[in-house]
Write a protein that binds this ligand. Structure first.
Ligand code: HEC
Length: 173
């Protein structure tokens, strides 16, 4: 297992992810230092018309932003940028990492189940051992973050599927 994602020189091609990244960066800035209470009104954009056309990327919540970092580092290689199971290492695996963002994962799999399979890995959950256990790498809080990031990806996927219904059904994207 020497695969190591190299985010520094990996171009982020996907517009959704780019938007997420932008949101995350903005969030980081907005958060500033720890406990730096006085949110300055100056940073709030003037109340001009919102960018009406763009499905503007909502800022990621704190947990999601942290989860994003973790996901990029540890999960993306197999599960893919958007969690669709198409990471660049996925072709190597049998069974393939499944989509984390389909309806089943979104509606039938609880946070607790996600947490457990992430912590314990596939084998302990009666699934493929190719899904590694992360409980020694990631703490409970980090796992919670990554779960909330998966939920964010699911909402994105759902929104995308709703806007391009038929296409999505045909291509399975
Ligand atoms: C080495 C490749 C690999 C990496 C890295 C990896 N996974 Fe997986 N993952 C898999 C495979 C393969 C499966 C499918 C297991 C199966 O279906 O039997 C899986 C399944 C899962 C599932 C369970 C889906 C279900 O069927 O319930 C979740 C959740 C998941 N991975 C989350 C993560 C998270 C979060 C990370 C990063 C911390 C991660 N995975 C990193 C390969 C990987």
């Amino acid at each position: 297992m020497t695969h190591r994602p190299a985010p520094s020189h990996r171009a982020v091609s996907n517009p959704v992810v780019r938007a997420l990244l932008a949101g995350g960066a903005a969030l980081m800035l907005a958060c500033g230092g720890p406990g730096g209470g006085g949110a300055s009104a100056a940073e709030t954009p003037a109340e001009t018309a919102p960018e009406a056309t763009q499905e503007s990327a909502p800022l990621m919540q704190f947990e999601e932003a942290n989860g994003f970092e973790i996901y990029q580092r540890y999960c993306l290689v197999c599960h893919g940028e958007l969690g669709e199971g198409d990471g660049f290492n996925a072709f190597n695996l049998d069974p393939k990492p499944r989509s984390l963002v389909d309806d089943y994962m979104r509606t039938r799999v609880s946070d607790r189940e996600l947490t457990e399979v992430i912590r314990l890995g596939g084998r302990k959950r009666g699934r493929s051992p190719l899904m590694p256990p992360w409980g020694r790498t990631l703490g409970d809080r980090q796992i919670r973050y990554v779960v909330s990031y998966i939920r964010l990806l699911q909402r994105k996927a759902q929104a995308a599927a709703e806007t391009s219904g038929e296409e999505a059904a045909e291509t399975g994207q």
